[in-house]
Write a protein that binds this ligand. Structure first.
Ligand code: HPA
Length: 274
């Protein structure tokens, strides 16, 4: 079955299960899933029961779509995402984004855990993404273009909506927080970086590095969506400060910062839709 038919079938299945009215899409990254528990009137659907949906394999990634409201705003949240390093092909990694668009999502909020390379960053800080570098060995748009989804050569001059960047800073300051802003470099993983790799990624302009988000952003921009993204710095890849890192430490640091992220996302929803 071709991609368009699969997108349409999955969207029709979900529409049949739950009334959906132009929700804001949210992807909850590693350790950042608790926001899903705050969704009001939730309808939760396991990925396992959704036709054509890949299944999540990583610990700390639950695998559920949750529909409901946050701060009175209609949302569609993904608790658990599909990473390239798990062995999915790029079509599978970005499939949920394309289904979201088919369900009327125009604004997409992405979150992730990342390694900080900017010397101003500390573990537990949050960075607003204002740009990205694709260091994956491929791109989700390689192959015949599906013109129903978007153009052959999508513009990427504003991968993260700059009005959203401004709004996120305002939301943070309303909560007495100051967030960093910077460039996220997306890599395949699953290894964390060597000291030389962190240095290289910093040299080419990265402030933080992680194993997600970039393919999803590319698919979303292809579809003409507006994207905001937040990254929790869970470890440091700063020259001279590169320490051992494990998935458990990444999860723990992300979980510790989750309440801050949740507060900002909720204010942001109100600001853009309220
Ligand atoms: N590198 C890549 N991905 C990550 C990191 C990192 O240091 N931390 C969390 N995800």
């Amino acid at each position: 079955m071709n991609i368009l038919d699969r997108i349409n079938e999955t969207a029709a299945y979900l529409r049949d299960k739950v009334a959906i009215d132009k929700p804001v899409g949210i992807i909850l990254g590693t350790g950042l899933g608790n926001l899903a528990d705050e969704i009001e009137n939730p309808t939760s659907i396991d990925y396992a029961s959704i036709p054509h949906f890949p299944q999540s394999t990583v610990e700390g990634h639950d695998g559920k779509l949750i529909f409901g409201q946050l701060n009175g705003v209609e949302v569609l949240a993904m608790k658990g995402r599909f990473h390239f390093y798990e062995g999915y092909d790029m079509d599978q990694v970005v499939f949920p984004i394309r289904v979201m668009r088919r369900l009327g999502v125009q604004t997409l909020i992405l979150s992730n855990a990342s390694g900080g390379m900017n010397p101003d960053f500390k573990v537990g800080d949050i960075m607003i993404l204002n740009d990205q570098i694709n260091l994956f060995p491929t791109n989700p748009l390689i192959g015949p273009n599906i013109k129903e989804l978007g153009p052959r050569f999508p513009d990427m001059s504003e991968p993260y909506n700059l009005n959203y960047v401004k709004a996120l800073h305002e939301c943070a300051s309303d909560h007495g927080m100051k967030l960093h802003e910077g460039v996220y470099a997306g890599v395949s993983g699953p290894c964390f970086e060597t000291p030389a790799e962190y240095k290289y990624i910093r040299t080419i302009g990265g402030d933080a590095v992680g194993m997600s988000t970039v393919p999803e952003n590319i698919a979303a921009k292809h579809l003409g969506m507006d994207v905001a993204a937040l990254s929790v710095i869970t470890d440091l890849g700063i020259e001279g400060l590169v320490e051992t890192v494990s998935h458990e430490e990444v999860q723990k640091a992300a979980q510790d910062a989750e309440p801050k992220l949740a507060a900002i996302v909720k204010s942001f929803l109100q600001k853009i839709q309220g």
